[in-house]
Design a protein around this ligand. Structure first.
Ligand SMILES: *[C@@H]1O[C@H](CO)[C@@H](O)[C@H](O)[C@H]1NC(C)=O
Ligand SMILES: *[C@@H]1O[C@H](CO)[C@@H](O)[C@H](O)[C@H]1NC(C)=O
Ligand SMILES: *[C@@H]1O[C@H](CO)[C@@H](O)[C@H](O)[C@H]1NC(C)=O
Length: 302
């Protein structure tokens, strides 16, 4: 399970990072919202009766929030229409219900993609909802990975290539545990993905799959999302305090929540000493010698 994923590329990361897999429910209650809502529409691929299909979709959208409420996930069928709903993270049932109701309202056939779309998906800050004329995800749905980020400056931030790579490695490391988990969800608090002596950055990473996927599909989906997260310049930055960012997919969801704090001076000195015990000892000895030598010199001059 988790250990098998540690074998090759992740082991180095694990040495570098103080990673603690912490499936702690409710750990992210005060996180920043990502206010962008993404809607994706695909035209009908099938000669389904549109009138009948629309009626089926509407009944599914109405039923989905309650169906998903207890567990955070549901897949439903009515006639030729299918719908799926997924609430992100450890959402409380009432929060999940509210989120999917709102998503359903935004996605309904008149205000959403229109009656000519027979496949559609919507991602808000808290949940994902989709409908389709078929239960299998299409290739274009599988390949879709929009990225969304909190705040007004999506292009901002200045993460280095290696910092993005390290965040992506943490996400990759979560793919296997998420895939074999009952709730198909794994989180981790990665500290020291980035650190220096003045500030400490912690990134909570959430990796989650729609629960009707197989473990292999889930793993593959998240690995691809991690790859997309690592590609350049989208504002995800382990030094941007209070940034939240997500990589969206029809079958999986990946989110990063960054927080940074200043390191107190005494701790900073302790860190320097710990990291460079030899250098600091030599420097300390030199300073002592200089100070004592200086006194001796002054004495003999007088
Ligand atoms: C489409 O479905 C509606 C409602 O079920 C039905 O009244 C109508 O006759 C159907 N149209 C076609 C062309 O099958
Ligand atoms: C859709 O397919 C998935 C995976 O094969 C399955 O688990 C799920 O029950 C199906 N949903 C419906 C409504 O048939
Ligand atoms: C078209 O609809 C039929 C009946 O629902 C379904 O069996 C078939 O798989 C659909 N084809 C495509 C390409 O979606």
């Amino acid at each position: 399970m988790a250990t098998s994923s540690l074998s090759c590329s992740s082991s180095l990361v694990l040495i570098l990072l103080l990673v603690a897999v912490t499936p702690v429910p409710g750990a992210s209650e005060r996180r920043l919202p990502i206010t962008t809502t993404v809607t994706k529409c695909y035209p009908a691929t099938n000669a389904t009766n549109s009138t009948a299909f629309s009626a089926d979709v509407l009944s599914l959208l109405a039923a989905l929030p309650a169906a998903a409420e207890p567990t955070g996930f549901a897949t439903l069928r009515s006639g030729h229409a299918f719908a799926r709903g997924l609430c992100f993270d450890y959402a409380a049932p009432s929060v999940c219900h509210r989120c999917l109701s709102l998503a359903a309202k935004n996605l309904n056939l008149t205000s959403g993609c229109g009656a000519n779309s027979h496949r559609a998906g919507i991602w808000s800050d808290g949940c994902f909802l989709s409908y389709a004329d078929n239960n299998a995800t299409t290739a274009s749905e599988d390949a879709l990975r929009p990225r969304v980020i909190s705040g007004a400056d999506p292009q901002g931030g200045s993460a280095s290539y290696s910092e993005l790579q390290r965040l992506a490695s943490v996400a990759q490391f979560l793919a296997a545990p998420a895939a074999v988990n009952d709730s198909m969800l794994a989180t981790v608090n990665a500290t020291a993905v980035s650190w220096d002596y003045a500030a400490r950055s912690t990134t909570r990473v959430l990796a989650q799959c729609a629960r009707d996927r197989t473990a292999a599909e889930c793993d593959r989906c998240l690995e691809y999302s991690a790859l997309v997260a690592a590609s350049c310049c989208w504002g995800l930055d382990p030094w941007r305090d209070g940034v939240a960012a997500a990589v969206l997919g029809f079958n999986c969801y990946l989110r990063f929540e960054v927080s940074t704090e200043r390191v107190p001076l005494r701790q900073r000195i302790g860190m320097v000493v710990n990291h460079y015990p030899f250098t600091t000892t030599v420097l300390f000895a030199l300073v002592v010698l200089l100070v004592m030598g200086g006194f001796g010199h002054t004495d003999s001059d007088d």
